[in-house]
Structure formats: C-alpha cells, structure tokens
Design a protein around this ligand. Structure first.
Ligand code: DAH
Length: 371
C-alpha cells in the first residue's frame, strides 16, 4: 500500500472514531493545519521533479479534497447531534403549573396600613413621610413640647449619641407627629413639592404612616411600633370636621355602617383642645363586640392643631386652622383581626404569618372591600 493510501485510511479511521465536533477539528488541524501531515505533502510538491509531480500531484490533491469533504460532513453531523442534545437538556416544560412553591403573605400591620391609606385616599388625603431618625426640633420643640420639659423623657425616648461638634442629640422618632411639621414648614431648603413630607402650602390633607420607637417593652408595648398620623390645614376648620372625619374613618375601617364613638378630653402639647376617641364595645365573654355593651375602648388621639405649632411652621393661626390625629396601627390590626398578643407580631415566625397574614395579590380598596 502506498504511503498516501495508508494516510488516507488512518485519517478515515480517526474521523470515524471522533465523537465530538471538537475532536473533528483536532483531526483537521493535524492533517490540514499549518504543520499538518497533508499540508506537508502539498508543500513538498514544489521540490518534486516534473514527472513525479505529474504522478503524485493528483493523488495528493485528491487526498486533500476527499479529506476536506469527509471532515465537513462529519463535523456537520456531530454539530447537529450536539445541538439536539443541548436543546433537549434546556427544554422548558410548558405544562408545569406556574404556582410558586413558597408564597409570602402580607403582615397584618402592613395590611392595616394599606387599608387606612386606601380609606383616607378616598377622603382626599395624600401620603407624606419623614425620617425615622429625627431631630429634637421636629420631634418635640416645633410640636410645642416646652424645652427640658419632662414630657420629652416621658416619651421613653431613644436618644442617639450627641454629635461631637454641635452637641446635637438626635432621637428615634417617638411618634409620627414630626411629619406634620415637615409637611407644613416651607423653608428655603425645603421647597413645596413631592409626596415625601417637604413643605407644602395649605390647604393640606395628609396622612403619615410609619415606624415609631419608644423604650418600652411588655405584653402591650414593643420598642418599635407603627403609627398613622393625620393632618388637615385649611381655613375655618373646626372640631365638627375632625369628628366627622374620624367617625367616618372608624366606621369604614371596621366595615360597619356607623360606630358609636365619644371624644374624651385629654392633653397633648401639640393640640388644643385635645381628645381621645373611644368606641363603644362589649368585652364580656372574652370576645370583643363593637357598638354593643357599655365599655369604651380608646382608639386614637386627636385635637385642633395648637397655634404654637402653626407658628413654628410659619403659618398664621389667625388665617389657618386645622386638626390632627394619631393612631397605633399594630393595635388597630390586633383589634380588627382578633390577634390576642402584640409580641409575636414582631417575631417573624412564619407559622404566625401564614395564620394571620394576608394575600399579597389582593390590595385593600374601597370598591371591593377593605379586607
Ligand atoms: N403623637 C401622639 C402619640 O404619639 C398621638 C397623637 C395625638 C397625634 C393627638 C396627633 C394628635 O396628631 O392630634 O401618642
């Protein structure tokens, strides 16, 4: 057998044994690459005598052509097989159900925040927000807490380490009332704009939901809890507006036609007069029934915005009046959804959440019902 015939047989055998397109490529390089065996033969033709070239030339060229064709055919075949295998491996089963394996739920506190927001939105209230870390001015001073008054300590305030340069001592806000101040005060660095509490011109109708903090921990208090603040500023606003707004709110919140309420005089530095709103309930038999019996349950604090607060925010009390209110969201959630204990609300126990949580796919709204 000639050397050419042997080479042809060897290459054919190698090609037959190749199982991947990469192996075919390696064979091509070994034969037809720069230093390949067939390339060597082709190059050697230059040094042949004319007779030899006439005899071996067609054989060598023929070998190259047959080999090129065989390589291409095998490569195409293997590439197709490889693509098939890849497509099979990456196949998506479109008949699989699109149900997530784990489903989250909405915490009752957040559900109630959303309910309150939807409800007040319908009454024309926008949402305003302020920071969790507040300064003394917004949390206390502008809200008419006298300087160094024990009320500041009575709020069980978490104080941050004073700033070494200014001595300023920030606080974790003890209530959402500072958002009132942030909403009313129009200062050069806080031009009227935006839904975040950044000074807006009256008339104002906002609610401010958010986190609040107090150094307090027992069966009915947690160091972090949630409040919703409300503020209305306009001309000629009086207690009648406050009463209607809050009575309408509680009735809709508890999904009843009306709820019997009373406004009991109270004291807050930032309102005058101030009141706490109670609703009628029956607690006998360990179950809470609204609108029945002769117990009263406190559900929020409210009052007419104190003239000093208006002044601190740059509003003339002779021109503008308003009312404000503040309520504890976690407590409202417990009341509405029959949650007996406050502490597990912040323990992030998924069993508790799957029992008391709400579907994330149903947003509270007044058209289809709040809950
Ligand atoms: N800030 C009060 C608190 O933390 C709640 C409150 C009472 C807010 C009366 C008000 C209000 O806006 O008018 O207990």
């Amino acid at each position: 057998m000639t050397d050419l015939a042997q080479l042809h047989l060897d290459l054919k055998a190698a090609l037959g044994g190749a199982t991947t397109s990469a192996e075919v490529e390696a064979i091509r390089v070994a034969a037809l690459g720069k230093t390949g065996k067939v390339s060597g033969l082709l190059k050697g033709m230059g040094a042949m005598s004319p007779d030899e070239r006439r005899e071996r030339g067609p054989l060598i060229n023929g070998l190259r052509d047959r080999l090129t064709a065989a390589l291409t055919a095998r490569k195409t075949e293997l590439e197709a097989a490889e693509l098939d295998a890849k497509l099979l491996a990456e196949r998506v089963d479109l008949t699989l159900l699109a149900v997530p394996r784990r489903r989250g739920s909405v915490h009752p506190t957040m559900q109630v925040m959303d309910e309150i927001t939807a409800l007040f939105a319908e009454l024309g209230f926008a949402v305003a927000e302020g920071p969790d870390i507040e300064d003394d001015f917004h949390n206390f001073t502008a809200l008419n807490f006298p300087p160094r008054h024990p009320a500041r300590e009575m709020h069980d305030t978490f104080f941050l380490t004073p700033d070494p340069e200014t001595g300023e001592r920030k606080v974790l806000r003890t209530h959402t009332s500072p958002v009132q101040v942030r909403t009313m005060r129009v200062t050069p660095d806080r031009p009227p704009a935006g839904w975040i509490a950044a000074g807006r011109e009256p008339p104002i109708r906002i609610i401010a939901p958010g986190r609040t903090f107090r150094k307090d921990s027992d069966a009915t208090h947690t160091p972090m809890f949630h409040q919703v603040e409300g503020l209305v500023i306009d001309k000629g606003v009086h207690m009648g507006h406050l009463k209607w707004t809050l009575e309408t709110f509680v009735a809709r919140f508890f999904e009843m036609d009306a709820i019997e309420a009373r406004f009991r005089p109270h004291h807050f530095p930032f309102t005058e007069p101030s009141a706490e709103m109670d609703i009628r309930c029956d607690r006998s038999g360990g179950e809470l029934k609204l609108n029945q019996g002769d117990s009263w349950m406190e559900i929020l604090g409210c009052g007419m915005v104190h003239p000093n607060v208006l002044r601190a925010c740059g509003l003339d009390p002779d021109e503008w009046q308003g009312f404000a209110f503040g309520m504890g969201v976690d407590r409202l959630a417990m009341l509405k959804y029959g949650i007996p204990d406050l502490r597990p609300m912040f323990e992030a126990d998924t069993r508790w959440l799957s029992h008391y949580g709400f579907s994330p796919f149903v947003a509270p709204n007044l058209a289809t019902g709040l809950s």
